[in-house]
Ligand binder design. Structure first.
Ligand code: PLP
Length: 386
């Protein structure tokens, strides 16, 4: 039932919570570029804020919308997805133990194995598709945080959010979910027991490959959240006002874009599944995919716009074949990143380096909002030429 109090999430996004600018009635919120705010003669601050690093009014509309879409208590914007993620770990203290996935966004994995360990965090990486492995990695009284990413870069393996939350909470730890790929359109991790949701807002939330930003949404404004707020305010890991404003503009079309990308990704995965020039298609929307059953339980409305193909070939020939396919496409753009309106193709092993879990034959596909028939025909011709 749709009424004024229970609007559907897509309506909340399209209307940016329906807020109009009070003095003019403008239907888009204003961009406030000021970094400092004047005090009155009584030395008071009219709006309670003094400086844009701890508090920027342009952040509030996108933060409020993300809070509503994720069903959280409150949210914070950051200067990038990495700034959001690393702030969570920096809010812990040296000696704390964290468990993270073996298969995850490589930039954060590198940071955890390098900076976070040097800084004194004890970091274990486990196969998060195996809840037994997660349970075995927990250290009672020492594990503070379990970090998961689902579906996870670049194999799109799926982690059971409710199962991971139960294990984390049972050991007195929190569960944080990198939900960049699922977006609140397809998964709301807090409903499955997560304590924190993280997004690289650079991807689907903004959606136009022109803003670098990140976001955290919390289920509770508790002591950990206060530390996260302090790390952001003191360290200054914030976006600029213009980025925050553009992010809200992108968020208003989030549902249209994500639904279209997910429908096209499903069509592409089905078309190329069993293709003679491929070893496999990795996509949780395929019924035979190892993550499909869990994905059906925690994703609604589609399985996301990201998939990978594994090009047939042996040894170094596999990498060469994958690179040849990437070299021949004309509609897909050869570029890193994901979640934009334009479709991207990337050979992840070339990017992630020697210790990457990405097989050398893997091409990562970020499906945009073009007509899926063009995307399929282009990949078909690139594979046929092999
Ligand atoms: N998480 C995921 C799943 C990502 O794909 C990325 C970037 O590719 C990040 C986090 C980091 O985000 P950013 O590039 O905005 O720092």
């Amino acid at each position: 039932m749709t009424d004024k109090l229970h609007l559907q999430p897509a309506t909340k996004a399209a209307q940016a919570l329906g807020r109009h600018e009070p003095t003019t009635g403008a239907v888009t919120p204003p961009l406030q570029p000021a970094t400092t705010f004047a005090r009155g003669a009584d030395y008071g601050l009219p709006d309670g804020r003094s400086y844009a690093r701890p508090s920027n009014p342009t952040f509030e509309p996108p933060e409020a919308l993300l809070t509503a879409l994720e069903g959280g208590a409150t949210a914070l914007l950051f200067g990038s997805g990495m700034a959001a993620a690393t702030t969570v770990f920096q809010a812990l203290v040296p000696g704390d133990h964290v468990v993270a996935p073996r298969v995850m966004y490589w930039g954060l994995r590198d940071w955890l194995l390098g900076f976070a360990r040097d800084w004194g965090l004890s970091v274990d990486l486990v196969d998060m598709t195996d809840l037994g492995a997660l349970a075995a990695a927990m250290r009672l009284g020492r594990t503070r945080l379990v970090w998961i990413e689902t579906p996870a870069n670049p194999t799109w393996c799926v982690t059971d959010i409710a199962g991971a939350a139960a294990i984390a909470h049972g050991a007195g730890a929190r569960l944080a979910v990198d939900s960049t790929v699922a977006t609140p359109v397809l998964t709301r991790p807090i409903e499955h027991g997560a304590d924190l949701v993280m997004h690289s807002a650079t991807k689907y939330l903004n959606g136009h490959s022109d803003v670098l930003a990140g976001a955290l949404v919390t289920a509770r404004a508790d002591a950990l959240w206060e530390r996260i707020q302090a790390v952001r305010a003191q360290g200054g890991a914030v976006p600029g006002s213009f980025e925050a404003w553009l992010l809200l503009r992108g968020l208003r079309t989030l549902f249209l874009r994500v639904r279209e990308s997910a429908a096209s990704a499903q069509a592409i995965a089905e078309h190329f599944s069993g293709h003679p020039k491929l070893k496999g298609v990795l996509y949780p929307g395929l019924p035979g995919d190892p993550g499909h059953v869990v994905a059906r339980r925690q994703m609604t409305g589609g399985f996301g716009g990201m998939l990978s193909i594994r090009v047939a070939g042996q040894g170094s020939g596999a990498a060469a074949a994958a690179l040849a396919v990437a070299g021949r496409v004309r509609v897909w753009t050869r570029a890193t990143s994901l979640g934009g309106v334009e479709s991207l193709i990337e050979h992840r092993a070339s990017i992630e380096g020697a210790d990457s879990p990405a097989p050398p034959d893997l091409l990562r596909l970020s499906v945009g909002i073009e007509d899926s028939r063009d995307l399929i025909a282009d990949l078909d011709q690139a594979l046929d030429a092999l």
